[in-house]
Write a protein that binds this ligand. Sequence first.
Ligand code: SAM
Ligand code: SF4
Length: 321
Amino acid sequence: MKDRFEREIDYLRISITDRCNLRCRYCMPEGCDKVSMSQILTYEEIRRICRIAARLGIRKIRITGGEPFVRLGCTDLIRTIKRTEGIASVTVTTNGQNLVQYIDELKAAGIDGINISLDTLDPDRYAYITGGGSLDKTLQSIDLAVEAGIRTKVNCLIQKDFNEDEIFRLAGFAFRKGIDLRFIELMPIGIADPSQGISNEWILGMLRKNWPDLEKDNRKHGSGPAVYYLRPGIPGGIGLISAIHNSFCAGCNRIRLTSQGQIKPCLCYDGGIDLKPYLKRPDQELETALKEAILQKPEGHCFTTRRYGSEEHRLMSQIGG
Ligand code: SAM
Ligand code: SF4
């Protein structure tokens, strides 16, 4: 359905857990509170919300977290959502730490794409930023997903004085592997420190110095707001998700469902509609609540205008990114 600003809302991102097997410093560092399992939506509730969302025109679903694969039965959930009438695409975002064991099941489930987060190609840095993660495991996951023929993208967050010296290496990795790598601007959500963010404009300028043949690609590479750049004859592309420095709100097509059942119309604000009470009521009432959440979607985010950058106080791991 369309929101108040004539945007077609056809994309729902679902955080199925706020738990994670990593402790990324900008997302969920050591010591963050976890929500108890009893507060988290059951898979049956998530399936029901997907069914009703499809009636309102949601066509694409992304499963995220926390780390979705730390919740048992994640691949089964994906398989069943994929069969929901009206749902055209189901994708997942993961840190890739334990993806290897699920690749076959995901392929069999008909997954439409996997985004794997990777901020560095240096094993020590990887362990530092993720609080002990293994770079090898994530690299192996990327290779296996590509080999399995699943559309694979890499998400990369560049931060000042940490990994900006790796942009060429990371872009080269995407060109070599023939996959898309997206640089995501750091958003002032949860505990992320906005002063650590780097603009994608700067990244593009640097990449162009190294690869003057980089050209903007006007074709769509997915359902998101990334703007892509390609090198002639090279299969992998560079995507820029410039949430801060080049707001893409006018074309925003998404809403989010938190692990605890709140529909968030915009990543920036902590408002929205809690679907939990409606889960005890008939489908029609749940549908009306979902509709209302879409109609509450603001015209744009407030990352650059608010004193503290954003009004969202939860961690990114609770919202799903
Ligand atoms: N655990 C999975 C993963 O890491 O891919 C899925 C959830 S994670 C919250 C989804 C994405 O959000 C990751 O690519 C992560 O880098 C990104 N992210 C986390 N905090 C962010 C922030 N403050 N600004 C921008 N992206 C962020
Ligand atoms: Fe976990 Fe993903 Fe957050 Fe890192 S970015 S702590 S992997 S949820």
